[in-house]
Design a protein around this ligand. Structure first.
Ligand code: FAD
Length: 404
């Protein structure tokens, strides 16, 4: 009989389960996740939740009762350890086997561990799950010293939240600027200065050599001799896709489980979506693994249709956001391979846009406290035509007029 099994109960898995019902899947649905909680939102973990401005109940993606209401069997605290494609079964940690007719891989990603001496000391934390946040919180004390390794989105958001909790904060970034992989230098510069104004100590070109301490971490030693006292360390140096289940059962993997535009893996009965997969995207030159909630949601909509027998390509424009202090960054598009950056507004006003162009066409925009331009950017990028860089830069031209 028809049974859709979904492995991984977070943004991608929860959305796939409900989208399947919405799109008319009549068979059973089992949503299996190894975390103890029903599916919850990750973005607030480094933001409002860590800062203590949101409670656990308001993290849930859907009310816990909703799954039963839609006849979705939610199994939390339950890990899938193998997929047997010949038998069409998944095997759980308990040894139980469940038969499927369709399978959704929504296993996401796990944190990249830092491989230096002392990395296992107590107090060296990561930030991916609710449990991780509880671990961090136990070490938060006003005036205490937090050292954050990695000046990417997670590191900077964590820095902002820990400052708001009254900690002294150091951010150690290996590259010469923060957000180096994702934004242009003027945006990196802006974030560096803003964090410094908020009292964060940013250490650039700084590579961790070892963590030192006795029972718990006490110091962070860097390659060039810099050394920092620490009551708490949070490492945010990226993630690794959870693709082992897929590769062990013979599905094609690269940087993530390989899927086509409709979410299908190399097995027609199996889709993969979210952080664990790499997919072709009309806005990227090559298949890409996106780590973003909006992307997981779109992929879920398309993968559900695909499993229901109506293969639907994901053609959505990638977008992303990051909140730090009172800064709301919204990013439209993918900026890789840009050849020109145009600013609109003065970064010192904490309200500006960085437009990324390639050969006169708009690829992407970083909008800092500029919601109107963000809406405009999405439309302009979607259109794909040439844009007028001077107009983009000109504050006298209203955002809407940029679409004319
Ligand atoms: P995941 O969220 O990684 O979930 C996968 C789930 O599957 C996990 O619960 C995992 O434990 C489980 N699982 C894995 N293997 C198995 C197995 N074998 N059996 C059972 N269960 C399994 N994105 C944004 O767009 N905006 C933001 O502002 C933003 N902020 C973020 C802040 C933080 C702190 C983090 C960690 C992420 C943030 N992201 C943000 C990224 C976003 O959260 C991810 O893109 C999103 O969570 C991906 O969802 P997913 O379901 O694909 O994977």
């Amino acid at each position: 009989s028809d049974h859709a099994i979904i492995i991984g109960a977070s943004h991608a898995g929860a959305q796939l389960a409900t989208a399947l019902r919405q799109q008319g899947w009549g068979g059973a649905i089992t949503l299996i996740g190894d975390e103890p909680s029903p599916p919850y939102q990750r973005p607030p973990l480094s933001k409002e939740y860590l800062a203590g401005k949101r409670d656990a109940e308001h993290l849930l993606i859907r009310p816990a009762e909703l799954y039963a209401k839609h006849d979705i069997q939610l199994r939390t605290g339950c890990r899938v350890i193998a997929i047997d494609r010949a038998a069409r079964e998944v095997e759980l940690g308990s040894g139980e086997r469940l038969g499927y007719s369709k399978l959704g891989l929504c296993t996401g990603a796990r944190v990249r561990p830092i491989e230096v001496p002392g990395a296992g000391l107590e107090g060296v934390c990561y930030l991916r799950t609710r449990a991780d946040v509880e671990r961090i919180r136990q070490r938060v004390t006003p005036g205490g010293k937090a050292v954050i390794v990695g000046g990417g989105y997670i590191g900077l958001e964590t820095a902002a939240s820990l400052r708001q909790l009254g900690m002294q904060v150091w951010v150690l970034e290996m590259m010469g600027r923060v957000l180096a992989r994702v934004t242009a230098p003027p945006v990196s510069d802006f974030y560096r200065r803003y964090h410094e104004q908020q009292g964060v100590n940013l250490e650039l070109n700084c590579q961790v050599q070892a963590f030192e301490g006795g029972a718990r971490v006490e110091r962070v030693q860097c390659l060039d001799g810099r050394c920092f006292d620490a009551d708490l360390v949070v490492v945010g140096i990226g993630v690794i896709p959870n693709q082992e289940l897929a590769s062990e059962t013979g599905l094609e993997v690269a940087n993530g489980v390989v899927v086509d535009a409709c979410g299908q893996t190399s097995d027609p009965d199996i889709v993969a979506l979210g952080d664990c997969c790499q997919q072709p995207n009309p806005y990227a030159a090559a298949p890409i693994r996106l780590e973003s909630v909006p992307s997981a949601m779109e992929q879920a909509r398309c993968a559900a249709a695909t499993l229901c027998g109506h293969p639907t390509p994901n053609t959505s424009l990638p977008w992303f956001w990051s909140d730090q202090y009172d800064l709301k960054l919204q990013i439209a598009g993918l900026n890789s391979h840009y050849d020109q950056v145009v600013l609109r507004g003065d970064p010192d006003s904490a309200s500006f846009v960085a437009w990324y162009l390639k050969q006169g066409k708009l690829l992407a925009a970083d909008c800092i406290n500029r919601p109107k331009e963000f809406m405009v950017a999405k439309q302009l990028i979607g259109r794909g035509g040439e844009v007028d860089a001077e107009q983009l830069a000109d504050e006298q031209v209203a955002p809407k007029a940029l679409l004319a």
